[in-house]
Design a protein around this ligand. Structure first.
Ligand SMILES: Nc1nc2c(ncn2[C@@H]2O[C@H](COP(=O)(O)OP(=O)(O)OP(=O)(O)O)[C@@H](O)[C@H]2O)c(=O)[nH]1
Ligand SMILES: [Mg+2]
Length: 254
């Protein structure tokens, strides 16, 4: 599957030239979370912080709320509205390309559901002083998952992560997480047009490309929290498809 998108993207807003950190957040049905994530991110008072939402025509009206937020925060908040649900991987690629079109030296990716605590952003961005990529980790360096998770959920998550690390031979401890910060040159080296996985396996494919490009990676521990509002898009089918695609990726690369 090609990541080249021919479909239309309607962009609302543009980044002011003093924006130095762009946080890319894909959204699908996040109407309950989107306003509070913006409030919490801007409350961090990170100099030059910009937010870019990539919304896939969410039926719950997330895109319209996001457009309103772009008007409330001119120069600092941009929305890329896509015409339908095209998957997390393509949403990130589209968002990273828009971020790279600006002059911002730092680009961050995170979810809209508060699984990735906004308060971890300042130390992650600061860590880019000594790294090309900073990877949020739940599975090493003191990172953790929601203490309210059932043991079965904890084990499933850890085994999936271990399996994917083994299939791809990844050194980083959290292969499936989506909380990361990049220097812009790192994303350029990774090569967005080379990425092939459009769904859940996208994070692991980026991790593999990062390793192959010999980029300096720093792992930053955080505690992954379960979403309290909105619905998860994860399913067993999505996870199994990711395993299959990543296995094929490894086989083809040999
Ligand atoms: N644009 C876009 N965003 C998506 C799509 N699928 C999921 N998202 C967003 O990507 C982020 C992660 O999705 P979640 O549903 O939380 O899935 P997850 O974090 O992998 O799974 P959980 O552990 O259940 O939370 C959220 O901000 C979603 O709104 C998609 O197809 N397109
Ligand atoms: Mg989530």
């Amino acid at each position: 599957m090609s990541m080249d998108e021919t479909n239309e993207i309607r962009i609302v807003g543009d980044f002011h030239s003093d924006i130095t950190v762009i946080v890319v957040i894909p959204t699908f049905n996040e109407a309950e979370n989107i306003r509070s994530i913006v409030d919490q991110l801007f409350a961090l008072n990170i100099t030059g912080l910009g937010i870019l939402f990539v919304d896939d025509a969410s039926p719950d009206g997330t895109g319209e709320i996001a457009d309103g937020l772009a008007n409330e925060h001119p120069g600092r908040l941009v929305v890329a509205n896509r015409s339908g649900k095209l998957g997390l991987g393509t949403a990130y690629v589209a968002g990273f390309k828009i971020a790279l079109d600006s002059d911002a030296p730092y680009i961050v990716q995170m979810d809209c559901d508060f699984s990735h605590p906004p308060t971890e952003l300042p130390p992650m961005v600061a860590a880019l002083d000594n790294a090309d990529v900073v990877v949020g980790t739940r599975y090493s360096h003191g990172g953790a998952v929601d203490p309210n998770w059932k043991m079965s959920r904890v084990l499933l998550s850890k085994w999936a992560n271990c399996g994917i690390r083994a299939i791809l031979g990844l050194k980083i401890h959290d292969a499936t997480g989506g909380f990361k910060a990049y220097r812009r040159q790192a994303l350029e080296q990774i090569g967005l047009d080379r990425l092939t996985i459009t769904g859940f396996g996208f994070q692991a494919e980026v991790a593999l490309r990062t390793q192959r490009c010999d980029l300096t990676v720093k792992e930053h521990p955080y505690t992954f929290m379960e979403r309290t509002a909105g619905k998860s898009k994860m399913s067993v089918q999505i996870a199994l498809e990711a395993f299959w695609r990543l296995t094929m990726l490894r086989i083809k690369a040999k």
